[in-house]
Design a protein around this ligand. Structure first.
Ligand SMILES: Nc1ncnc2c1ncn2[C@@H]1O[C@H](COP(=O)(O)OP(=O)(O)OP(=O)(O)O)[C@@H](O)[C@H]1O
Ligand SMILES: [Mg+2]
Length: 504
């Protein structure tokens, strides 16, 4: 980089301390104009903190930021956006649930839409369509209807709106923190096409993801963080996946899966007969056996999540019967499911974790009743049980007293899953249990799932990554057109067969 061509953005020696954690320790990052720059590292490495410093959300304790060679002091996200042309989609997206898509996109720019003292909704909508169609729909990204409220959208759709909002702000640098975790294959395709278009316009992207495949597919360079420290910045074409993983983890490791159990399926634990929900699921019949991991695969949005939610009493079904251990059961509310030993992990961590409570309280919630004696909670056992889960699952926290909202994205996910372990339920319904987890933690989660199965518990999991589908479960159920298309045993499944079943 020559003196005439300064970096679009440069962060030098950035440090940021939170109570009990040095989240960033003299970190550097420098982005060229028009490049797609990956920011990678394990859960808790400091990625989200760095971008919040760049966006002015967290003031750094130390260090300097330069935008096009000029030293800047970014005080808040609005300033980053309007003064310096930097916009971002945070991991914990900050859209307003009670506003519409169009209102969210132009939040802070309402001034441009006043007609006789009132916001013109028509203009807002037209402008939203106009700006978004320019880049977003050209790439094939389907924007949700601009009059819809954010709270009525799926998590993936919310991310799409947030991306639309960043593009609409005409930023020169767009930061995407873990946006693809819940995207379908075609949404990822479309996003990559859009990023390529932005690149042509010399717009820079900082792309945070745990899927290294994505890094190798679209990124030009990568900056690696480990434990809050800067490791290096590398050209993607000069490096292999193994090297990148070694830089991130300090270990030599690929993705690997625990061996499956050898024993054939015996007892059916859950039987579904003709479960239907109009417009969403049709005639679902299946058995879940003791000690097995059953994967729900197929394109996203074919009713997989709804099926899990029906089993957990979060959604109603119109037809069919549910049997648990041979007994016909009515599941109308989650408490009915819990009483039958069924637990559910949502793909939306925000939905089920109590963010204002401590980590310890969150870990303790599922077993609260068990540990209460004559109305008093046994604090000592609560602490001991929580410590055990934290250790067993290597959850990265400063202390058990730490507020849940302060954990890194991946560590929130670990708490969401880990808190069920002491509660010993028999049937686990896991909706995207590995999203947002780094390679090392993914392996821990695979091992945990297999251990649960080996102990005789049964798991139904929705998975989207092909490597996981092929290597983790005992059986794979491919869904499409609201139905079960095919069921494969682990031995007979191949990528071609699964894709063929999903698309055919
Ligand atoms: N507001 C906060 N208060 C206290 N600690 C925080 C806060 N935000 C982040 N941390 C801590 O800082 C460290 C870095 O977190 P950060 O969210 O930046 O990680 P990350 O690299 O984005 O991880 P992930 O891949 O899991 O999203 C973690 O130990 C986290 O618990
Ligand atoms: Mg993060």
């Amino acid at each position: 980089m020559t003196a005439e061509q300064p970096y679009m953005l440069e962060a030098r020696d950035i440090s940021k301390k939170f109570p009990g954690v040095l989240a960033l320790d003299r970190v550097n990052m420098a982005c060229r104009g028009g490049e797609i720059h990956a920011l990678v590292g394990e859960n808790g490495a400091g990625k989200s903190t760095l971008i919040k410093v760049l966006m002015g959300v967290h003031p750094p304790d130390d260090g300097e930021i330069f935008v096009q060679g000029k030293k800047v002091n970014i005080r808040n996200a609005a300033e980053a956006r309007w003064k310096y042309g930097i916009d971002s989609v945070f991991q914990d997206t900050t859209l307003v649930p009670s506003l519409t898509v169009a209102e969210n996109i132009f939040l802070g720019q309402e001034r441009d839409f006043y007609v006789r003292g009132l916001i013109s909704r028509a203009r807002l909508r037209t402008k939203a369509q106009e700006i978004l169609s320019e880049i977003i729909s050209d790439a094939g990204i389907r924007m949700p209807d601009s009059d819809k409220l954010i709270r009525d959208l799926s998590l993936a759709e919310r991310k799409i709106v947030a991306i639309g909002k960043a593009v609409a702000s005409k930023a020169r640098l767009i930061i995407l923190d873990e946006v693809t975790a819940l995207f379908s294959m075609d949404q990822i395709r479309a996003l990559f096409k859009m990023l390529a278009e932005l690149k042509k316009k010399n717009i820079t992207t900082i792309f945070i993801t745990h899927r290294l495949k994505e890094v190798f597919e679209i990124c030009d360079r990568a900056t690696v963080l480990k434990d809050g420290k800067y490791v290096d910045t590398v050209d993607i074409q000069d490096i292999s996946t193994t090297d990148l993983i070694r830089m991130m983890t300090g270990r030599e490791s690929g993705l690997f899966f625990p061996p499956r159990a050898k024993k054939p399926p015996s007892k059916s634990v859950v039987t579904l007969k003709g479960i239907a929900k109009h417009g969403i699921l049709d005639d679902i019949c299946l058995d879940l056996y003791e000690g097995e991991i059953l994967a729900l695969a197929g394109l996203r949005g074919q009713g997989q999540a709804e099926l899990l939610q029906i089993l957990y009493g979060l959604q109603k079904y119109d037809e069919g019967e549910i049997f648990i251990r041979g007994e016909k059961v009515g599941i109308k509310k989650p408490i009915d499911a819990i009483q039958h030993g069924v637990v559910y992990l949502s793909d939306d961590k925000d939905e089920e974790l109590m963010f204002t409570l401590s980590v310890q309280k969150n870990l303790a919630l599922p077993t609260l009743e068990k540990r209460s004696k004559m109305g008093f909670v046994q604090r000592r056992t609560e602490k001991a049980a929580s410590e055990k889960v934290v250790a067993e699952f290597s959850i990265k926290i400063a202390s058990l007293k730490q507020e849940m909202s302060n954990l890194s994205g991946g560590n929130k996910q670990k708490v969401a899953l880990g808190r069920w372990i002491p509660a010993t339920p028999q049937i686990f319904l896991l909706n995207e249990p590995t999203q947002g987890l780094d390679v090392g933690v993914k392996i821990e989660v695979y091992q945990l799932m297999r251990r649960l199965a080996d102990e005789g518990r049964s798991l139904i999991v929705t998975l989207t990554e092909m490597a996981e589908i092929l290597n983790l479960p005992d059986r794979i159920l491919v869904m499409g057109d609201k139905r079960i298309k095919t069921v494969f045993s682990a031995e007979e499944a191949t990528e071609e067969k699964i894709l063929h079943a999903a698309l055919g």
